[in-house]
Every structure is written in C-alpha cells, then in structure tokens.
Ligand binder design. Structure first.
Ligand SMILES: [Zn+2]
Length: 297
C-alpha cells in the first residue's frame, strides 16, 4: 500500500496550519498491521516542517517517527526521528518548501548521530539545477558555519538529480515521477524550476497527482487529471487571477469529474469561512493534516 499524509496543509503565511508538506509511505500490507513502512519520502519540508513532524510523531499511528524513550533520555530532548526519512523530494525553492531542511541536516549530524551508527543522509531528489541553487543560494550559509570550506550538499544529503519526466522507484512496487509545474516565472513558463509529483503503482493503473505550488494548467495536466484516482491541488482562496497559485475560481471551472477526486491544499487561514463551504460539495474537499490518504493498495 502507498499512503500520503500531510504534515501541514497551509500556505506560506498560514499560522493556523503548518506549511503544505507531505509524508509518503509504502507498506508491506496496511499501516495498521504494525509493520514499519518499506519506504518513506517527504514531499518538501518547509519552515514549519520541524514543528509539524514533532506533532505528527505524537499522533496515534505515527509512533515510527519517535525516538525510543531511552534515546530521548540520552539526548535530553524528545526529537522526531529523522533517521526514518529515506528520501525527500523538493518541488521548488520557496521557504515553506525547503526551510526545514537545515534542521534535518543539523539534527541528524549533531543530535541523532550521538545515538550511534553512521550519520544518516536522506536522499534529496530534485532537478540538477534546483539542487545547485538550493545549496548555493540557500543552504550553504547555515550549513557551512564551522564545517570547513569544503562543505557541500553531499555532507548532509545524498543528492539525486531527476529531470522533469524522470522517475524514482520506491520500495514495494511504487514510483514517483516529476513533472514541470507552472509556478513562478522569470521570463516565461517553466523557466524557474518547480515540479509536481505523480505517485504511481508499478503493478497497477493506480496513481495520484500532487500539483506542487502551481497555477491551474488543465491542458498540460489533462492526462493526469483524467488518469489520477486522487488529485492534490494547490489552491489560492482569494487574490489576483494572475498570481502564481491556483485561484479557487479557476479550479471551480474544471469538469465535475476532475473536481470530485480533487483535494485542495496549500490554503490560507480563512478556509473555514462559511463562504468557502461549497468546497466540500464541489470538490473532494480541503485536504486534512495528519490523515493517511491511501493512494494505491
Ligand atoms: Zn511556492
């Protein structure tokens, strides 16, 4: 089975929800069977990621992400066990999507490594260009302090460059595929790296589409809007139509068959204003945090 759980469902400025980041898990059976997941993959890990992960590990059914009580006693702090995270895929370089990566890197190296064994380095999946700008433009400053001049992304993560259209196999017979997303533009569409993610079963036709931060692009995404069994789509509840996100009014114009399997995420703090009550009728609803969505059996 493959499942997806949102750590948070909010936009960058949301304060009632954490940033829109998600945890994908593959399983030998069902999560409730008690076995550990076969594979784990974060889709993004933003500024609020560490707090969201801390909350998730205390949620029933997510005990796998707690460090044992004896280890918490050794460290003097009760941390989420980042050693359980095999992979991270980065959709783009906005702080609500990458702002927690420095926390992962430092906690693994300076806290969890004290518990023994080699320093865990999660696989970091993104396009080659995004991996380079992530390090040079964002992570290098914080992660190089006191680490020597030769510090690199490889000291903390295992970079895995994947270009749009490329796939990564997940344990258990599943895979993810990166697609270009129409989010921020410099001079034209797709000239600033941003990606959506297709999550597929390798043995059946089941698949899910995760838009990443994106405008509505029904033409480019038509195949996935038709094929996907569930669609997680960026939404902007109010704002200008030329914004870099997906205006709710444009999403409402999609066919009913698409909206019926579309869960909206990356929403602002006023999602529960009564004027948005129609979302639960016209869409599959607003995505909920800390709930496991089954993507494939
Ligand atoms: Zn963004």
């Amino acid at each position: 089975m493959m499942t997806l759980t949102f750590l948070g469902v909010g936009d960058m400025a949301a304060r009632r929800n954490h940033n829109a980041n998600a945890l994908v898990e593959t399983w030998p059976g069902r999560p409730e069977d008690g076995d550990p997941p076969l594979d784990t993959l974060l889709i993004d890990f933003g500024t609020t990621g560490p707090a969201a992960m801390h909350l998730l590990k205390s949620t029933p059914g997510f005990e796998h992400y707690r460090i044992p009580p004896a280890d918490a006693s050794t460290l003097g702090v009760d941390l989420a066990d980042y050693r359980r995270l095999a992979r991270i895929v980065l959709t783009h370089q906005h702080v609500d999507h990458f702002g927690g990566l420095e926390d992962i890197a430092l906690v693994l190296r300076f806290w969890l490594a004290k518990l023994g064994g080699a320093v865990h380095r999660p696989e970091l999946i993104a396009s080659d260009e995004l991996l380079r700008t992530l390090w040079d433009g964002s992570l290098r400053g914080g992660l190089s302090i006191g680490m020597g001049a030769a510090t690199s992304l490889e000291d903390f993560f295992v970079p895995r460059p994947v270009e749009p259209g490329g796939a990564v196999e997940l344990a258990g017979g599943y895979r993810i595929r990166l697609l270009p997303a129409d989010h921020v533009r410099s001079a034209g569409k797709h000239d600033v790296p941003a990606f959506g993610v297709v999550l597929e079963s390798a043995t059946s036709a089941r698949c899910a589409f995760y838009s990443g931060d994106a405008r509505v692009d029904a033409v480019a995404n038509r195949e996935w809007f038709d094929r996907a069994d569930v669609i997680f789509h960026d939404v902007m509840l109010q704002g200008p139509a030329d914004a870099v996100h997906a205006p709710l009014a444009e999403l409402r114009a999609l066919p009913a068959s698409v909206r019926a399997k579309m869960l909206l995420y990356h929403y602002a703090d006023n999602w529960d204003d009564p004027r948005f009550a129609f979302v639960s009728e016209e869409f599959a609803g607003f995505a909920q945090p800390r709930v496991r969505y089954v993507l494939a059996p």
